[in-house]
Design a protein around this ligand. Structure first.
Ligand code: HMG
Ligand code: MG
Length: 304
């Protein structure tokens, strides 16, 4: 193990979107701006800051237009937002966003419940969103959810998730993030899934998006790292949650990922101390204790 570690990996921070979308009490705009400032100050350079989805479906992010308008990207920072359809794309374009992320599930039932569309309808919708977005000069990322398992259907055929991924890349998405949406994945499964995808798709076109619902997110990320993945999604302090497991831990915590990577000599461009500060801001902004391990324990001062 650990014979082929990279010098550097890229972290895609999702706390303002995947984290805040799950908060019971919507966070005021000022709190979101504070969190964004703290994330940028830590050195994070790719941040998903909101969603241009229906405010009736996700009221927590109903202020998306105003948030993006009030937060021009700091130098060197790429901001992105989820877009489910042409309406979302138009909203993103109107506020000058440089990147959007389309999203769908590998399982029919989850896709239907999350977006009111079948998988085929989602692909048709994105065929009408991605080319115009590219023509407008945007970059488009994509998510495929429930790759490790679906809360309604259980096991998901990896070949189906792969086929959807290939379609999204053919449409022009620069990267597809594979999601363990409900945090059920374990390392051997992750190795098998990653290898199946890597046999057909360049690893550089893939990212890994783990939720830590059952404590396996970091172990799964380590498997991906070993296999050559260089793009990982994470959320500061583990902000987030799982709508199918109330009270459970959220996304892979960015501090935990950074702590592990730096300890292994893999650079991230992130200052861990400042990231821990950003986690404290996240905690203050949502007003509840957050689950990240490094967030809770702090950065160790070890004697030489
Ligand atoms: P729908 O109800 O079928 O939409 O929802 P519709 O097209 O029939 O329109 C109904 C109404 O919504 C209309 O308004 C539209 O204008 C409006 P009305 O005429 O009734 O007043 N509408 C919109 N408004 C604002 N922005 C829009 C928009 N689109 C329609 N973009 C829809 C379909 C997809 C919109 C809805 O299902 C939706 O918003 N779903 C979003 C769900 C969501 O955000 N889930 C969480 C993100 S996914 C995730 O967390 C997983 C991930 O983290 C990866 C992982 O963990 O695996 C990414
Ligand atoms: Mg997620």
């Amino acid at each position: 193990m650990f014979d082929s570690l990279p010098d550097r990996v890229s972290i895609y921070e999702v706390s303002p979107r995947d984290g805040l979308q799950n908060e019971a009490a919507p966070v005021p705009l000022a709190g979101k701006l504070r969190l964004l400032d703290a994330l940028v100050a830590s050195g994070l350079r790719r941040i998903e800051l909101t969603s241009f989805v229906s405010p009736r479906w996700v009221p927590q992010l109903a202020d998306a237009d105003e948030l993006v308008a009030q937060y021009p990207p700091p130098p060197g920072v790429t901001l992105s937002a989820l877009c489910p359809n042409a309406r979302g794309f138009e909203r993103a374009r109107a506020v000058g966003l440089q990147e959007i992320a389309v999203f769908m599930s590998a399982s029919e039932t989850h896709n239907q419940k999350n977006t009111n569309k079948s998988i085929a309808q989602s692909l048709e919708t994105f065929a009408e969103v991605v080319p115009p977005a590219l023509a407008a000069g945007m970059r488009v990322r994509a998510y495929v959810s429930t790759v490790w398992g679906c809360p309604y259907e259980g096991a998901v055929a990896p070949e189906r998730a792969l086929e959807i991924t290939q379609r999204l890349l053919e449409l022009g998405c620069y990267q597809v993030s594979l999601g363990d949406t409900i945090g059920v994945g374990t390392p051997l499964q992750t190795r098998r899934l990653c290898q199946l995808f890597q046999a057909e798709v360049p690893t550089s076109a893939l990212a890994l998006h783990f939720h830590d619902t059952r404590g396996t997110a970091l172990a799964n990320a380590l498997v991906g790292l070993e296999l050559g993945f260089r793009d990982f999604d994470a959320s500061v302090a583990g902000l987030g949650g799982c709508p199918y497991a109330p009270g459970a831990a959220g996304n892979l915590a960015t501090e935990d990922l950074v702590y592990m990577l730096h300890g292994m000599g893999v650079a991230t461009g992130v200052d861990l101390e400042r990231l821990v500060e950003a986690g404290r801001v996240a905690e203050a902004v949502v007003g509840r204790r957050l689950p990240g391990k490094v967030h809770q324990a702090g950065v160790p001062t070890l004697r030489a």
